[in-house]
Design a protein around this ligand. Structure first.
Ligand SMILES: [Zn+2]
Ligand SMILES: [Zn+2]
Length: 136
């Protein structure tokens, strides 16, 4: 095999071998460095754009942090396999519950739309509209 012969002679030439090793080291270092930079920037990006929300199993009340883009029914409970709902908390009685669907309120929503959304998220324990999604 010619390639093997070339490789062997190349390997026995100390100068060439050192150069080769140095090049490999440089490449490895560069990859590690780039990955590190990528991780730092990616993390920063994630922190700025995506926030986490909390989902809750309606059956066993297990909570899980998920990215904010997660939609209803996308996450199954790890314990019982039920569709996870959005975790809400009542400001009045501190009751925590799972909402199967998050009221769809855009930032431009009219006041009555906001009231409607609050009504959808009404506390099942005391009936208060004073509720909020549990955020992480
Ligand atoms: Zn469950
Ligand atoms: Zn309540």
């Amino acid at each position: 095999m010619d390639i093997m012969k070339i490789l062997i002679t190349f390997w026995h030439d100390k100068k060439k071998r050192n150069k080769c090793l140095f090049a490999i080291l440089l490449i490895v270092w560069a990859i590690t460095f780039l990955q590190m930079m990528n991780k730092i920037f990616w993390k920063k990006d994630e922190g700025a754009v995506a926030t986490m929300i909390v989902m809750m199993c309606p059956k066993c009340s297990i909570k899980e942090n998920v990215p904010v883009e997660t939609s209803a029914g996308e996450i199954k409970c790890k314990k019982c396999g039920a569709d996870m709902g959005f975790a809400y908390k009542c400001r009045d009685c501190k009751f925590e519950y799972s909402l199967p669907e998050v009221p769809n309120v855009s930032p431009k929503a009219t006041p009555d739309k906001l009231i409607e959304a609050q009504r959808m998220a009404k506390c099942p324990n005391c009936g208060s509209f004073n509720t909020e999604p549990i955020s992480q």
